[in-house]
Design a binder for this molecule. Structure first.
Ligand code: GRF
Length: 232
């Protein structure tokens, strides 16, 4: 792993805990690949993960370009991030569609039109259908705010609090039909403190998301550039 990347990770950790114990797997070598991978980002929310993907590209930790940001919610803050960083974006509002399938097809057509190679669901608050999943097999990933397979589905952070677990975290995984169930790519653990509110816990989980999502993208991109090349 590049020195500045590791420094970046360590700067994001509180209490000086050993990063190896919090993120797994964390390879000693950076997942290097070329040429750069074309990303399609799907977002419905604040776009903080989008922002960190963009920053990882900017500071050359991730060999990628964002071909398109697709949002389904015309009021989401991810659009503001796209404007700030001049990321191309399109609004495909599910409310303008007659069915889930119609929306999925519009999303898929846009991704294909722009030759997107890897699709990243970064706070995409929609279930994607089989058409997209099959079209982007091994090239569609999601980030979820829990240590899967615990706390699948909505409000994972509240689920963890309600169960009184003492460690939760976040997971990047491949997307398959069953929600939050695909193979795990990388996870980060986040201890829950007694004094935590949902907000403070969410902030710490998101700090880790911002680290592991670019790493996961690099890992999958490397696979795309090697083992899956023949299937594309
Ligand atoms: C993240 O916490 C992610 O785990 C969940 O949605 C949130 C998106 O946050 N799926 P942001 O829009 O990237 O800030």
């Amino acid at each position: 792993m590049k020195q500045d990347n590791r420094q970046n990770i360590e700067n994001n950790l509180s209490h000086g805990l050993n990063v190896q114990s919090l993120i797994s797997p964390l390879d000693s070598e950076p997942p290097l690949f070329a040429p750069k991978i074309r990303l399609g980002i799907l977002a419905s929310g604040n776009g903080s993960n989008l922002e960190y993907i963009f920053k990882s590209i900017q500071n050359k930790q991730l060999n990628a370009e964002i071909a398109i940001l697709i949002v389904n919610n015309p009021n989401c803050l991810a659009i503001k991030k796209a404007l700030k960083y001049k990321i191309p974006y399109v609004i495909i509002n599910h409310r303008d569609c007659n069915s889930r399938l119609e929306h999925d097809i519009l999303v898929m057509e846009k991704l294909e039109e722009l030759s997107v190679e890897l699709v990243v669901m970064a706070g995409w608050m929609r279930i994607v259908g089989e058409e997209i999943i099959n079209r982007f097999k091994n090239r569609l990933i999601n980030i979820h705010p829990s240590l899967l397979p615990s706390f699948k589905g909505i409000d994972a952070i509240q689920q963890a609090i309600d169960k009184r677990v003492t460690i939760t975290g976040c997971t990047v995984h491949y997307v398959q039909k069953e929600v939050d169930s695909g193979s795990i790519i990388i996870q980060a653990a986040v201890p829950i403190k007694e004094q935590d509110s949902k907000e403070t816990l969410k902030n710490r989980i998101q700090n880790m998301e911002h680290i592991i999502l670019p790493l996961a993208i690099a890992k999958v991109a490397k696979c795309i550039r090697t083992s899956f090349k023949d299937n594309m």
